[in-house]
Design a protein around this ligand. Structure first.
Ligand code: JFZ
Length: 447
């Protein structure tokens, strides 16, 4: 009797636990969050900004790890940081001129340095001689100009002892002797995130990075994490503070419960050129590709691998054609300025967008999968073919194209394009069309 009561009792407890853990797996985004996702997809194009103490060393944001700089030595950067030319309005203007609609700023990268006046640590920008809370200034400048603001936040830390560094894949050479303590580190992160989501107005997104430090490298069969990050708690906190705030995590995995967009690093969704993106593109949440404008995220003084204007345009369009946003990165100089090689290219691509923006903003990936000649986007009854190079044989075949076509035109000058609808698909005659732009757009209007 007692046995059966006990077993019933434990079955009940077991059921409850199962119920609670299932609950934790279920995430229902609020209407405001769903709305924010749409706006995000409509906006298409953002500026990523990697900047902080590491910029001073001119060797990328991984310099602390790569050169095994000890925390004690790296600390000397703090009293030396004085970005005299920092001007949040200029950064925002750079994004605007580029045709970008949002900025994602590094609030805290792997070196653990906080780019805002956090109360949780002394390792912060307001303790440099510069003293200013650059995030406050950037948030104000963005608000003034109608640019949305997302925040990059590293869950990996090469500086703090309480980060579980013993099991980390990186940061082993920074001389830490204290023991990792995730409970303490988690509380620290939650306190910081609370500040970020309370004191800086509406935050478009939190862009997490660092998960992979606790897993085998990309492409490995087992990508399980050596620590339990307790994302339900972190994500729950964010969504309770700002329900519309979109959470993304650069773990290079299928999105986890609570995440609102999926990111691809140096890759367009479906490609895996960088070897960092083995994950499949989600059909559920918005997608975003991040890329560098040269070869580096944080300022690298010798990096001259500048992308051309055409490359930037084709990257953006290539992302749009795969239903993804492009988050294009610059690493400003230690003085706070974005170098002219970057601003010039961004502005020139922005000029292209002034003319062709209608075929990018507010669109979704089109019905024609990426082709050797380019990609397609769609908005309502209009399909835009983005042609990167002169089509072979002066014709484009869209196999299996069934929908009835009203008219086809060259987007920029309304020059009519001859077309035939046949059993094998839609055939466009491109003879006489000048393909001299990085991307010539042909508009197909459906009936
Ligand atoms: C990460 C960061 O480490 C990098 O500094 C930058 O912020 C970028 C946007 O995101 O990039 C990664 C992520 C994973 C690995 C390497 C770089 N990895 O697994 O080796």
């Amino acid at each position: 009797m007692l046995v059966s009561v006990l077993s019933k009792f434990s079955a009940c407890i077991g059921g409850l636990a199962l119920c609670i853990s299932l609950q934790a797996q279920v995430y229902t985004p609020t209407p405001a969050n769903l709305e924010a996702r749409k706006t995000f997809q409509d906006n298409k194009y953002g500026l990523f900004i990697h900047w902080g103490l590491s910029s001073m060393l001119g060797d990328g944001e991984w310099v602390m790890n790569n050169r095994n700089i000890k925390v004690e030595d790296y600390k000397r950067l703090l009293p030396a940081f004085y970005p005299a030319q920092f001007d949040a309005d200029k950064w925002v203007q750079t994004a605007k001129n580029a045709g970008m609609k949002y900025i994602v700023f590094i609030t805290r990268h792997h070196d653990g340095f906080s780019n805002w006046d956090t109360k949780q640590s002394d390792w912060k920008i307001t303790n440099t001689p510069f003293k200013r809370d650059v995030l406050k200034e950037l948030a104000a400048a963005c608000k003034k100009e109608g640019i949305k603001l997302g925040l990059y936040y590293s869950t990996l830390d090469w500086y703090r002892d309480d980060y579980p560094h013993e099991t980390g894949r990186t940061g082993q050479g920074t001389g830490r002797t204290g023991k990792g303590n995730y409970a303490s580190y988690l509380q620290f992160m939650k306190n910081q995130l609370t500040e970020l989501l309370t004191n800086y107005g509406e935050i478009m997104s939190i862009w997490f990075d660092g998960h992979w430090d606790q897993t085998n490298p990309e492409g490995a069969h087992d990508r399980s994490s050596r620590i339990d990050w307790r994302y339900e708690e972190i994500y729950g906190l964010i969504h309770s503070l700002q329900p519309q705030c979109m959470i993304g995590n650069n773990h290079h995995l299928t999105p986890l419960p609570g995440e609102d967009f999926q990111m691809f690093e140096r890759d367009l969704p479906g490609e895996n050129k960088s070897g960092l993106s083995f994950q499949e593109a989600s059909q559920e949440v918005p997608l975003e590709t991040c890329e560098t404008i040269n070869g580096a995220w944080g300022y690298n003084i010798t990096d001259r691998k500048y992308k051309t204007v055409s490359q930037v345009i084709q990257l953006l369009v290539g992302a749009a054609g795969r239903n993804a946003n492009l988050l294009l990165n610059v690493g400003p100089m230690p003085n706070g300025q974005i170098q002219p090689e970057f601003t010039d290219t961004l502005a020139a691509a922005g000029k292209w967008l002034e003319k062709y923006g209608e075929t990018i903003y507010g669109t979704r990936g089109g019905p024609i999968a990426p082709q050797p000649w380019g990609v397609s986007t769609q908005k309502g009854r209009k399909i835009y073919l983005h042609v990167f190079k002169q089509p072979y044989g002066n014709m484009i075949l869209l196999p299996g194209f069934k929908e009835k076509v009203k008219q086809v035109q060259v987007f920029i000058n309304r020059q009519p394009v001859k077309f035939k609808q046949q059993a094998e698909g839609l055939i466009l005659q491109t003879e006489g069309i000048l393909f001299d732009s990085a991307d010539e757009v042909i508009e197909i209007e459906l009936r």
